[in-house]
Design a protein. Structure first.
Length: 444
């Protein structure tokens, strides 16, 4: 078989020149097609962390120190009644009375999660649970918790330690007066794909699976409403009062906040949708909206220090609360969604009731998500501000969504004006086409 015969009268030089012009035309068309698409850009990681702000009642004891005024990516430790912060370099800082506490070498670097109890602290370092403090029992850390651990938790009442290892629960320790961890065994039918635990006090545990389902166990386990058991990305509280943050940003509550004084603040309507983080104090509830605004209801006098100007109106990314202590993170990373898809609830979730002291009635809503509402990215570990915490994704300054800080990148619309790029590309394409036609017609 012979090769096709070139068109008569066209020299090899002219054929090469025409092929070059055709290639230029193809490149111009590709450029025009690309510019016609919505403009996008790969988002890059932002600041390495933020600063801790003290909103709590005890301003002296929990007054932030210089060491936690930058670089913080997670807060916790309030179950041990001394605040802690995990910094972007893996170091843990603990403070009280306005001064940093002396920490052991284990806390200096390389930590990915932490939790605190009464008189002891836990951290995860290269997958190994480390325990220290005056009441610590490092020798009792089980062998299976010495490698491959993702996160740790402490029940502040009983002192029971918990760890999650590849979705499986490990528990040990605890005060003898409460029967230790043997008094709260993990049922055999508990799933082995857990991504978060919330020890709620005596004989009660809530857990979140990687699919966003909630399970509970223990004699005093919370009786959660149906809408708080699916499509959830964060849990806080206990059987007395608690909250579930749905994947779509809706909030579900259950139980009651004590209102013996009759002075409780009501739950704001603004707290029912578009929420980024949640926390429960001694007798009050806190949420952070997608706009970084902090809202509070219940008895603020039990936790919140009513400073001039009130609660922050913007810029807050995380919230953490306990008795007389409320800490907010400004300019740091947003809480990551630890569940498998890291996305939103496929259907709009139910809202909590107008009355925060009663269990919510399932009422489907259709709440549009604002254009600037963050879409959390999936994370192998998770932050937990109920006596436990782990590493989180960083975000630009104070308002970038977690997806914008995902190390592998995320697409984000830039809103670029395409008028001039499109005009230039069209002119280039038109001019190239005319040139080809003229040159073609001049051929012998």
């Amino acid at each position: 078989m012979t090769s096709p015969t070139p068109r008569a009268g066209i020299s090899a030089h002219r054929r090469r020149r025409n092929r070059s012009l055709a290639a230029a035309t193809a490149v111009s068309a590709l450029a025009l097609g690309t510019l016609a698409l919505p403009a996008t850009a790969w988002a890059t990681p932002g600041s390495a962390g933020g600063e801790v702000i003290n909103l709590g009642l005890d301003q002296q004891m929990y007054n932030p120190i210089p060491a936690v005024q930058s670089g913080v990516i997670a807060m916790g430790g309030l179950g041990g009644y001394s605040p802690q912060a995990l910094k972007s370099d893996g170091s843990i800082v603990k403070w009280s009375i306005g001064e940093a506490a002396e920490m052991p070498p284990e806390a200096a670097s390389g930590n990915s999660a932490f939790a605190a109890g009464s008189g002891f602290d836990l951290s995860v370092k290269n997958g190994r649970v480390v325990e220290w403090g005056r009441s610590a029992k490092p020798d009792e850390v089980p062998h299976e918790a010495r490698s491959g651990v993702d996160s740790v938790y402490v029940d502040s009442v009983t002192g029971i330690r918990f760890a999650l290892k590849k979705g499986k629960v490990i528990s040990w320790g605890g005060d003898d007066m409460w029967g230790g961890s043997d008094a709260l065994p993990t049922p055999a039918d508990v799933p082995t794909d857990l991504v978060a635990l919330v020890p709620g006090g005596i004989q009660q545990v809530m857990a979140l699976t990687k699919h966003g389902n909630v399970i509970t166990w223990g004699e005093n386990a919370a009786d959660l409403p149906a809408e708080a058991r699916t499509h959830v990305k964060k849990l806080v509280g206990s059987s007395e009062f608690g909250m579930a943050l749905k994947k779509n940003g809706d909030l579900v509550t259950w139980g009651e906040l004590n209102n013996d004084t009759g002075q409780n603040w009501g739950m704001p309507d603004e707290a029912k949708h578009h929420i980024r983080d949640i926390a429960v104090g001694h007798n009050s509830a806190f949420v952070v909206t997608d706009q970084g605004k902090v809202l509070c209801w219940g008895d603020p006098g039990s936790d919140y220090h009513n400073t001039p100007g009130g609660l922050p109106k913007s810029g807050i990314t995380q919230i953490n609360a306990r008795s007389n202590a409320v800490l907010a993170l400004k300019g740091g990373p947003l809480p990551a969604d630890p569940t498998d898809d890291g996305g939103t609830d496929p259907t709009p979730g139910p809202t909590s009731t107008d009355n925060p002291t009663t269990s919510p009635t399932p009422t489907p809503t259709t709440s549009p998500t604002p254009a600037d509402s963050p879409t959390p990215a999936p994370a192998p570990t998770h932050p937990s501000n109920h006596n436990g915490s782990s590493n989180t994704h960083t975000a630009d300054n104070d308002m970038k969504p977690a997806s914008a800080a995902h190390p592998t990148g995320s697409m984000a619309h830039t809103g670029t004006n395409l008028t001039w790029p499109l005009t230039g590309a069209a002119a280039l394409l038109l001019g190239t086409g005319i040139t080809i036609i003229i040159r073609w017609r001049r051929l012998p």
